[in-house]
Design a binder for this molecule. Structure first.
Ligand SMILES: Cc1ncc(COP(=O)(O)O)c(C=O)c1O
Length: 377
């Protein structure tokens, strides 16, 4: 098995019988969108968030989280995410006090956000609460499934599964929402073609979201996604595709995937990396605890002036980043910790197809990079 950034599609994920999705996907109103950013747009709409009001967003983010909110017609205010990924709860309360209609929070990389405190703030200030589960997929916090702590939850399937597209919007409390989510037949066909022909290429390549490249509408890959850094996201939000649905092929793969098995394998890989780094002080860990939620990757920071993810990729290790490009509306001078994370955070893949040997190679390469940089000092 080669070292890839993303899981590859297996025969079983195509040929097996469909299985029931786990909770919370069965007991809630569920909508399958083309991606996570479209799910954010529809979350605001479904929750009846008034256009022109303010939505509170984390200062550390990908721009694909911010743009749908602006495209929907809201203004955005950012709250501090500290270097250790904790949130400034006092700041959130103060921002809520000055007037906001909704609060969106993220379980960064699979680390659970302080869901109870956030829900309490949202309740006290009558804000709608959107739980962004795009960095995870399944798991529980205090025995309650992730995705059930807000009024709505959003997911991004292609971050965790070998699918070309797909987002989910779950509505926990709201009244009936009846959007018409539909993609043209040509889109479904192109996604299916991709899944069968080029998934290996996709899992070894960085970024260049297939959903964008495979549309008939000729869309230029944006300058920011072309310039080199590998990340999980194509940062654009295309309003013209906001009502497009997940492709049939991605839904089919989702229905044939054992999500609990995926979670467990990713957690096992996460823990292997954690154990390997415990005694390595140049690698700054966010936590020494094991994961409960399905993780996006293994994140760490380093104070090295050179980007460790670039160096790892040069060695053939498919490290990636998150939040490397922050939204232009964010005033970086006010959010030094978001800037720090944006410049110093690295993720190693932990996906379900990686073997122990793959993990050992990644650990060795990372340690070698740090050793060499120490020698050069
Ligand atoms: C925290 C977060 N929310 C939302 C999104 C949007 O998800 P998608 O890429 O599926 O549109 C992303 C990634 O781009 C993300 O990292």
């Amino acid at each position: 098995m080669s070292l890839t950034q993303r899981p590859e599609l297996r025969r079983t994920e195509i040929l097996s019988f469909p299985r029931a999705l786990p909770e919370p996907f069965v007991s809630r109103q569920i909508f399958y969108t083309m991606n996570g950013r479209n799910a954010i747009y529809h979350a605001l709409k479904a929750l009846g968030v008034q256009k022109g009001t303010t939505v509170l967003l984390p200062a550390f983010h990908c721009t694909a989280l911010v743009d749908p909110v602006i495209a929907y017609g809201c203004s955005v205010k950012f709250y501090t995410v500290h270097r250790d990924l904790s949130l400034d709860m006092d700041e959130i309360a103060a921002l809520a006090h000055s007037g906001a209609s909704a609060l969106l929070f993220v379980h960064f990389f699979g680390y659970p956000a302080p869901v109870h405190e956030l829900a309490e703030i949202a309740r006290s200030f009558s804000m709608k609460l959107v739980e962004d589960c795009t960095h995870t997929l399944t798991g529980t916090i205090d025995d309650q499934p992730v995705g059930t702590f807000g009024d709505a939850a959003i997911f991004s399937l292609r971050k965790i599964l070998p699918v070309p597209d797909g987002g989910i919007l779950l509505l926990n409390k709201s009244k009936k929402y009846l959007p018409v989510l539909k993609s043209p037949l040509t889109y479904h066909l192109r996604m299916a073609k991709w899944a069968f022909e080029t998934n290996v290429e996709m899992s070894t390549k960085h970024d260049a979201a297939p959903q964008q490249a495979l549309h008939t509408e000729k869309v230029e890959i944006s300058a920011s996604s072309r310039k080199g850094p590998a990340s999980h996201e194509d940062p654009e939000f295309y309003a013209m595709w906001r009502n497009w649905s997940i492709s049939k092929i991605s839904k089919m793969i989702l229905q044939r995937t054992d999500l609990e098995d995926v979670r467990q394998k990713r957690i096992d890989n996460f823990n292997r990396i954690l154990t390997g780094f415990l005694d390595h002080e140049e690698v700054k860990l966010f936590s020494k605890d094991s994961m409960q939620l399905c993780p996006l990757g293994f994140p760490f920071t380093s104070d090295s002036p050179d980007r460790i993810d670039y160096q790892l990729r040069r060695l053939g290790i498919p490290a990636f980043s998150f939040g490397e490009d922050l939204h232009p509306r964010l005033d970086l001078r006010k959010f030094p910790d978001a800037k720090y994370l944006s410049e110093h955070l690295v993720l190693l893949p932990v996906h379900q197809n990686l073997s122990e040997a793959n993990i050992a190679v990644m650990l060795k390469a990372t340690k070698t990079i740090f050793q060499n940089s120490t020698l050069q000092v």
